[in-house]
Design a protein around this ligand. Structure first.
Ligand code: FUM
Length: 618
């Protein structure tokens, strides 16, 4: 095989926020680091976390602290989260945000000059540090600026197709460059996966072309386990019109800043459906905990800021029952809040206010939808946004069960349980990305230089080139589109056993079609070939999602089963689903108990739950 070789102590695959943060930390520990990006450096789904970074800085409400953040995260995840990760995350997030600021991130400010924090779904207090609605972009910009001075070698537009193993330990990766199609072998003592999510397995998604489940599949193929694959987050608000922009994110920051949801009759339908766990627990809660950021006693925390799983389902219900907007969603509008706010704040200018708070949304709707959001309601509907399930890693080191293989960010799992709270992804990638970088560097320092078996790399390269060898066959784009349609229809927001069984059957057929794909032309600039290779990843994660969703016969967080609409805590409230690859290549699944939570953490949850522990923790 004709190829280049690069050798580093640590290779980081994926250069979104998690990968960058991990690379910075590993490099600071004194090891040589290679950062491999599928796209150009700086282009990552991280920028789609627009509304903010969740961290209990307590700048806007001084009652906030890590314990409340921890309890909110666990409640949002419906208690199947890895509690240790949620603890580390809540404890460390403020320090990571302050560090980011010290590295040059610019945040919006409170009147007295501290980092401003806004409300977001499921967070008890205004907790999201933000810069307008471009927070993810600012985070990436800052990490990139900081990282390029650290001596990290950056390899752009390379897709990794296979991890290389020596005696069960990961020792490298095989990649191809997207421009010329040439192969590269990366040798490393430790590998960190930070490849993001799986959104491209669905038709309607906020994710862009890179998000094809690469990290999940590389890990799975190498022998790591995946957990919680049934939990796919459908963000309640994506654009739905015109069709060409369907799925593009409408930040939760719109609702965080006072946007309200209405059906076609003008009714604020979210008021009619507040889950018990979010009802005020005590009179004090009702008076205090649900108060709006303005501190005005009349303004309560709005039901539009319930968790994403719940809001998305309510929107689907309105549309299905004929109360939706013309294009199958609902309306999201800023005018109610502007009027309310205008009555209280002298000289309030709605248009200026929204352009400052939500500049990207203003621009996005103006350019793509021909709509002025300061004057007219937006039409929105759910969009596949984030994957809670992913590579199972140790909570204190981020290492998977494959020695030397680490994972962080969206492709790793645990912290979010059944549903992630908005803003927790940015703080998760900072906290756990740092941890992954630190431990991968430590692991690499303790080990001799690694060898990569040439036959593995050669076999993987030969397999990657097979679509060129077939004289005729399926168009890989058609296979991908059919997969996306099927996952959207049969394993989407509302799931049923018979539909998912059909999906499994469909996946087998799609696998056969993918294996028969033909690609014309040569290896240079060939997106058809790239798609043919992505199919393996998309099909693997889709199977994981479907199998796990079938096994969890209950509704919890992002998984809603029409045939099991209630939670079944007795059977499923204290377990994770675990998926792994058997020696014959087939996918296996089991349920595994979640380790008991220490009393100190239970106390934090009890304090936020009106004095009673949720059933899952009893
Ligand atoms: O709506 C948003 O701004 C997304 C944030 C997130 O996914 O964390």
């Amino acid at each position: 095989m004709d190829h280049q070789t690069h050798e580093h102590d640590v290779i980081v695959i994926g250069a979104g926020g998690a990968g960058l943060r991990a690379a910075i930390e590993a490099s600071a520990a004194g090891v040589s680091v290679g950062l491999v990006c599928k796209s150009l450096l700086g282009k990552a789904h991280t920028v789609m976390a627009e509304g903010g970074i969740a961290a209990a800085l307590a700048n806007v409400d001084d009652r906030d602290n890590w314990k409340v953040h921890f309890a909110d995260t666990m409640r949002g995840g419906q208690y199947v989260n890895n509690w240790r990760m949620a603890q580390l995350h809540a404890q460390e997030a403020p320090a990571r945000v302050n560090e980011l600021e010290a590295w040059g991130a610019v945040f919006d400010r409170t009147p007295d000059g501290r980092i401003l924090q806004r409300n977001f779904g499921g967070h008890k207090y205004p907790r999201l540090a933000h810069v307008g609605d471009r927070t993810g972009l600012e985070l990436i910009r800052t990490l990139q600026d900081h990282g390029i001075h650290k001596g990290i070698a950056v390899y752009m537009e390379r897709t990794v197709v296979r991890l290389l193993l020596d005696a069960g330990r990961v020792t490298g990766a095989l990649a191809y460059d997207r421009e010329r199609g040439r192969f590269t072998v990366f040798k490393a003592k430790a590998v960190i996966l930070a490849c993001g999510g799986v959104g491209k397995a669905y038709k309607i998604t906020s994710n862009s072309w890179e998000c094809t489940g690469d990290g999940h599949t590389l890990a799975y193929d190498a022998g790591a386990e995946l957990i919680d694959m049934e939990f796919v987050q459908f963000h309640p608000t994506g654009m739905i019109w015109p069709p060409s922009v369907r799925g593009i994110l409408v930040t939760e920051g719109v609702r965080g800043e006072g946007g309200v949801l209405r059906n076609k009759d003008g009714h604020r339908f979210m008021f009619g459906d507040i889950p018990d766990s979010y009802k005020p627990q005590t009179a004090a809660d009702e008076e205090e905990g649900f108060r709006y950021v303005l501190g005005d006693k009349e303004a309560r925390r709005p039901p539009e800021l319930l968790t994403r799983d719940h809001v998305a389902r309510c929107i689907v219900r309105e549309a299905r029952e004929g109360r939706g907007s013309p294009h199958g969603g609902v309306f999201l509008e800023l005018q109610t809040f502007a009027e309310w706010f205008g009555r209280r704040v002298k000289g309030f200018k709605a248009e200026l206010h929204w352009k400052k708070k939500l500049p990207s949304m203003h621009h996005q709707f103006k350019e793509l939808g021909g709509l002025d959001i300061t004057k007219e309601p937006m039409e929105v509907g759910p969009t596949t946004h984030y994957m809670m399930g992913g590579v199972r890693v140790d909570s204190d080191t981020q290492m998977s069960r494959v020695p030397g293989l680490f994972a962080c960010g969206e492709c790793a799992a645990g912290i979010n349980g059944a549903n992630r709270l908005g803003g927790n992804s940015l703080s998760d990638l900072l906290v756990l990305g740092k941890l992954a970088g630190e431990h991968a560097a430590r692991y690499a320092k303790d080990r001799p230089a690694a060898g990569v078996p040439a036959d593995q790399a050669e076999a993987a390269a030969r397999r990657a080139l097979e679509p060129f060898d077939r004289p005729a066959g399926e168009n890989p784009f058609q296979v991908m589109f059919d997969l996306q349609d099927m996952m959207q229809d049969l394993v989407g927001i509302v799931r049923k056993e018979d539909e998912m069984v059909r999906a499994l059957d469909g996946l087998e057929k799609l696998k056969a079609r993918a294996a028969a794909c033909h690609v014309a032309g040569n290896r240079e600039y060939n997106p058809g070939w790239h798609t043919a290779l992505d199919l393996h990843n998309l099909l693997t994660v889709s199977e994981g999602i479907t199998r796990a969703a079938l096994v969890r016969k209950e509704s919890r967080g992002a998984q809603f089963r029409d045939d099991y609409p209630a939670k079944n805590t007795k059977e499923f409230g204290r377990v994770n689903t675990v998926v792994w690859r058997g020696p014959d290549g087939s996918m296996h699944i089991r349920l595994e108990p979640i380790p008991p939570m220490p009393d100190e953490l239970k106390d934090a949850i009890r304090a936020e739950a009106g004095g009673t522990l949720p059933e899952e923790l009893r």
